[in-house]
Design a protein around this ligand. Structure first.
Ligand code: ATP
Length: 223
């Protein structure tokens, strides 16, 4: 079977991007031999309170700083440039147009995957690409599988670090669940620490910490 180009889409609010995001994407990229992983910050996050969210420009700048050392982890402004509410179906169609013939994988944590049926046109998203679902501390793979509509459960493959991923396996399964060596951090933790004046101690890449301090982000509770 000919190898297709493999593109990962890692979407998020990235408010701010942290070491857990970078570690998870790097690990998934290597394990699935993805040619590149696009980090796509959302413009207006549909499921989050917008008042506490740093500007799209700041979130994008921090993603660029975080990925400077990673050739295959690539910041993508597609949702920010589009403006308005960011929907995965729209992003998927744009990435597909930019990479015709590629296998496209949405990369997301099990917590986010559990909410997939709330996404706009979720069946079309689910049928239009593939998924790599990672575990993070506190979330369980089995729960995420059970949350999925029954007709899609047979398309799930649980991938261990030793699993051989051939093109045939990629052709046969749609959703790959994989445990990762996750860093126990969330953007909420980072914002809480900054506001309390506590050190970030490696929870975000050093240049991102510098950017947060320099621009005074997350210091004042926004109304
Ligand atoms: P918040 O605390 O503001 O909710 P977050 O840390 O969950 O933010 P998001 O930008 O909402 O970050 O997440 C983007 C994606 O990254 C989601 O798929 C989420 O599951 C995943 N993710 C977040 N934190 C980690 C982590 N520590 N390890 C692995 N994946 C993570």
């Amino acid at each position: 079977m000919t190898r297709k180009e493999r593109i990962g889409i890692f979407g998020g609010t990235f408010n701010p991007v942290h070491s857990g995001h970078v570690r998870a994407a790097a690990e998934v990229r290597a394990r699935f031999a993805l040619d590149r992983v696009l980090f796509v910050p959302s413009f207006i996050p549909p499921h989050k309170e917008t008042a506490k969210v740093a500007s799209p420009r700041d979130r994008m700048a921090m993603v660029e700083l975080a990925l400077r050392r990673y050739r295959r982890l690539v910041p993508s402004p597609i949702e920010i440039e589009a403006g308005g509410t960011s929907y995965s179906i729209v992003t998927l169609n744009k990435v597909r147009a930019l990479h015709p013939g590629a296998r496209i994988f949405f990369i997301l944590g099990a917590d986010a995957f559990r909410e997939i049926e709330t996404w706009r046109e979720w069946r079309r998203v689910l049928e239009g690409c593939q998924f790599i679902v990672t575990t993070r501390p506190g979330s369980r793979l089995a729960g995420a599988r059970d949350a999925l509509a029954e007709e899609y459960r047979s398309g799930v493959l649980e991938v261990r670090p030793t699993t051989r991923l051939s093109e045939a396996v990629f052709a046969a399964f749609r959703i790959f669940f994989t445990p990762i060596d996750a860093v126990d951090v969330s953007s909420t933790d980072v914002r809480t620490r900054v506001r309390a004046g506590r050190p970030l101690r490696g929870l975000v890449p050093a240049p991102v910490e510098g950017y947060i301090r320099e621009h005074g982000l997350y210091r004042i509770p926004t109304p």
